[in-house]
Design a protein around this ligand. Structure first.
Ligand SMILES: [Ca+2]
Ligand SMILES: [Ca+2]
Length: 356
């Protein structure tokens, strides 16, 4: 009985070992298969990444070409066109429709991208002067025209314009105001006011009185798109962060109606539409041409102050662009988002970079 029991036990152990070995072999083969899949996954992901990278280079080349052509024609102007336009601006209709691509080892994929002009938007960093101080009032009690511009935009979007003062406090370097560290540090998860230029549009969500609803209204007219893709807010930008040599400008050849209406009190929906119709026929070649169009052709009777502000803020060319490039290789995708600064020679530097 004792022997039999021992044998049975031995058998159990042997069987146990076999089972265990069996499991080990099975596990190893899973591991091997898994290994192959991993190698394959990494390889394809890398292919997709390099194809997207090629797409970013293509976007930079489009911007460079556009600048070279403009210089050849002795002009510096950027506008939105269709492919049918004889003066087409190729960058403005870079398409999300993917273009087939093949790598040197025969792997096929597609790449598509879109370029957005950041100069067509209102830059929130312009609420602060070059010295880091918030622009509140200029000469007596009149609000600084740049602040008035942003407040008009808030009104157009149906948001309390006083919130703009909180954005000024957030960016300006001092700590005097209602919406400064003294306020934010006492919140449940307290933090300090930034007291520096904004780096992303999503920073708005940290600012006093800006909740989700307000944020979505400001960035994309209330859609969820803005949250997933803050760079593509059609109206607001933070580029450039620091005031450029020529000052902050808005390109009136590319700005959406809501932005055009924010420029001046007298630009209503109808005037904005007139501007859009006019620039579709013929883009504005110089800021002065735009001012004259408002003053004389549309009879807006601009004041001296209006004209002086417009000659500061109105631009007809663009230096800041965001681009989104997506590559798809055998089911693996890679998206690269960049913000580019184009210099006078047409070369672009990358200001923002994100890989998804
Ligand atoms: Ca151009
Ligand atoms: Ca501050």
């Amino acid at each position: 009985m004792k022997k039999k029991g021992q044998r049975a036990f031995a058998l159990v152990i042997v069987t146990g070992i076999i089972t265990f070995l069996g499991a080990l072999i099975a596990f190893n083969s899973i591991d091997i298969n898994l290994g192959r899949t991993w190698v394959e996954t990494i390889k394809m992901q890398r292919k997709a990444y390099y194809m997207a990278l090629a797409g970013v280079e293509a976007a930079r080349a489009l911007l460079k070409n556009d600048s070279d052509e403009d210089r050849e024609q002795g002009r510096r102007v950027d506008f939105i066109t269709s492919e049918l336009d004889p003066n087409e601006e190729v960058w403005s209709h870079a398409s999300e429709i993917p273009i087939p691509m093949e790598s040197s080892d025969g792997i096929r994929g597609t790449v598509g991208g879109v370029i957005v002009d950041e100069t067509s938007k209102i830059n929130l960093n312009m609420l602060v002067g070059g010295d880091g101080r918030g622009l509140r009032f200029s000469g007596g009690m009149r609000e600084h025209p740049r602040v008035a511009l942003v407040k008009r935009f808030f009104e157009i979007m149906g948001i309390e314009p006083r919130i703009v003062d909180n954005i000024i406090d957030w960016i300006d370097e001092d700590s005097e105001g209602i919406a400064e560290s003294d306020y934010y540090l006492f919140l449940e998860h307290g933090y300090e006011a930034k007291n520096a230029p904004m780096d992303t549009i999503t920073e708005l969500l940290l600012i006093k009185d800006i909740d989700d609803t307000t944020f979505l209204k400001l960035t994309a007219g209330g859609t969820q798109e803005a949250r997933n893709d803050p760079m593509y807010s059609p109206y607001l930008t933070v580029y450039p962060r620091i005031q450029p040599v020529g000052g902050y400008t808005i390109n009136v050849n590319t700005a959406p109606a809501e932005v055009l209406m924010s420029l001046l009190e007298g630009i209503d929906e109808e005037v904005a539409q007139d501007i859009i119709n006019r620039r579709q026929e013929e883009p504005f070649m110089r800021p002065g041409e735009f001012i004259r169009y408002l003053d004389e052709d549309l009879g807006l009777n601009l004041t001296r102050q209006d004209k002086s502000f417009l000659s500061e803020i109105v631009g007809v060319h663009s230096n800041y662009f965001s681009a989104k490039v997506s590559a798809l290789v055998e089911g693996y995708s890679c998206t690269i988002r960049v913000v580019l600064e184009r210099d006078a020679q047409g070369d672009s530097t990358i200001l923002y970079w994100r890989v998804e």
